[in-house]
Unconditional design. Structure first.
Ligand code: PHE
Length: 438
């Protein structure tokens, strides 16, 4: 049995968790979901879901990892017995499934970065759809997918401290500062105000009851926080007792929401200033891979440079997420099969590559994978809330007490994970499934 690695510092853990949370979901998903009609109603529902139902579950995942010190595959069984085995499987399946298409989108991101620097970007709508056709089909997709997976595998193979913590320590602060600068620059564009008010902050109260807006709020919350998939279990299993998990969970959630907002505040002014409004309502990938490159290209050489910064950052954000996805099967194989980290990494990377081939070939397939696995995340979150709130509530509380978390906070979390998270997540799950099959 190998001894379990530990994070170098509490901050290292928080940055790695934030690194997992902040990714393409913030830069791509947030903008497109808020542009699907929801606007401010989507934003409010999303923040409500994060604060009220996701935070207690996030703490729940962290407690599950820390108190069992085992991988997501084994932790549920160790904590509550054999009947919880399916949850470990759900984590493993969801993480491989999500990584399989996530790596394809990472490949497009890398390709757009490459185009910004060396080839050029589309300047009008005709060129723009051509451009997207090029980056999302043919052999270049496989090249991008393979590069993304190999980079991901290399970081995970280097281990928790030497790989994951070392990368996220500098990547996350850099990402935030540069996004902030880009968002401030975006306020100076002529269409900025119109961009905010026609998308991000568009107010239509009827949207609060709209099925798609509700599904978008739930899927964005779970996907963006990397919740319901065992990642926080894996990362917290390398933790010491002295981290105050509720505070850290709140830090991760706020950072994640902040980055989503910043990305929206960059995307929509660009979209409005360059008359690209139709693009983003037409397709889910339109905002990130069609409207933004075209908008940037309209600013000439400086624009291309800004595009390179933006897509470089997007790729960096994506890799700090993809490594967390790979860590789920890898840590599970190390624990369950006794494999070395290296062997577990490359075998699971190869498996994920094969699983991603259909997504690399067909956009339609990729879209379906995205929709289905988002529902898996909500299901995972529901099961975690049942596990922590109803099967082992005292473990939840004891673990938090042992790290001296405030008693009021503990009481609040215990109440929420037992009485509020399960029914509200069940509601979100049902509405999402109905909306999807309709
Ligand atoms: N949270 C990541 C993002 O927003 C994606 C992700 C989802 C990562 C689920 C891990 C698990 O891009």
């Amino acid at each position: 049995m190998q001894t379990r690695e530990k994070w170098r510092s509490g901050l290292g853990f928080v940055l790695a968790a934030a690194g997992s949370a902040v990714g393409l979901g913030n830069l791509w998903g947030f903008a497109y979901r808020s542009s699907q009609g929801g606007g401010l109603a989507f934003l409010l529902l999303y923040i409500l879901v994060v604060l009220v139902v996701c935070l207690p579950v996030l703490v729940g995942e962290m407690v599950l990892g820390r108190s069992t010190a085992s991988s997501p595959f084994l932790a549920p069984v160790q904590a509550a017995g054999e009947s919880w085995k399916p949850l470990g499987w759900l984590f493993a399946i969801s993480s491989c499934g999500i990584l399989s298409f996530y790596a394809v989108i990472m490949g497009w991101t890398a390709d757009t970065f490459f185009h910004s620097l060396f080839i050029g970007l589309p300047v009008d709508m005709v060129e723009a759809s051509d451009f997207f056709g090029r980056i999302s089909s043919g052999n270049s997709v496989f090249v991008g997918q393979i590069i993304s997976l190999v980079l991901t595998g290399s970081v995970v193979a280097a281990g928790v401290r030497g790989g994951i913590e070392r990368l996220t320590r500098w990547a996350m602060p850099l990402l935030f500062v540069l996004l902030l600068i880009l968002a401030i620059w975006a306020t100076t564009l002529s269409g900025s105000w119109e961009g905010y008010t026609s998308f991000l902050f568009k107010w239509d109260p009827s949207q609060l009851l709209d099925k798609t807006t509700i599904r978008n709020a739930f899927t964005q919350a779970f996907f963006s926080l990397s919740l319901g998939i065992g990642i926080m279990v894996a990362y917290s299993s390398y933790l010491d007792k002295n981290n105050k998990l509720p505070k850290e969970a709140l830090g991760v959630a706020s950072f994640d929401t902040g980055v989503g907002l910043l990305a929206g505040m960059i995307t929509f002014p660009i979209v409005m200033s360059f008359g690209l409004k139709d693009v983003i309502s037409e397709s889910t990938v339109g905002a990130l891979f069609i409207a933004l490159p075209t908008g940037f290209a309209n600013l000439g050489l400086i624009g291309r440079l800004l595009a390179a910064v933006f897509f470089g950052l997007a790729f960096l954000a994506a890799i700090t997420s993809s490594i967390s996805l790979l860590e789920v099967p890898v840590s599970s194989m190390i624990d369950r099969l006794g494999w070395t980290r290296r062997k577990a990494v490359w075998i699971s990377t190869f498996f994920v590559f094969l699983l991603g081939v259909p997504s690399a070939i067909s956009l339609n397939f990729l879209g379906n994978m995205d929709a289905v696995f988002n529902v898996f995340l909500i299901l995972g979150g529901f099961l975690i809330s049942i596990l922590m709130g109803w099967f082992i509530p005292s473990k939840y509380d004891q673990d938090l007490a042992s790290s001296n978390s405030d008693q009021g906070v503990r009481r609040y979390l215990k109440f929420m994970i037992r009485w509020v998270s399960p029914p509200v997540i069940a509601f979100g799950l049902i509405v999402s499934v109905i909306d999807l099959v309709q």
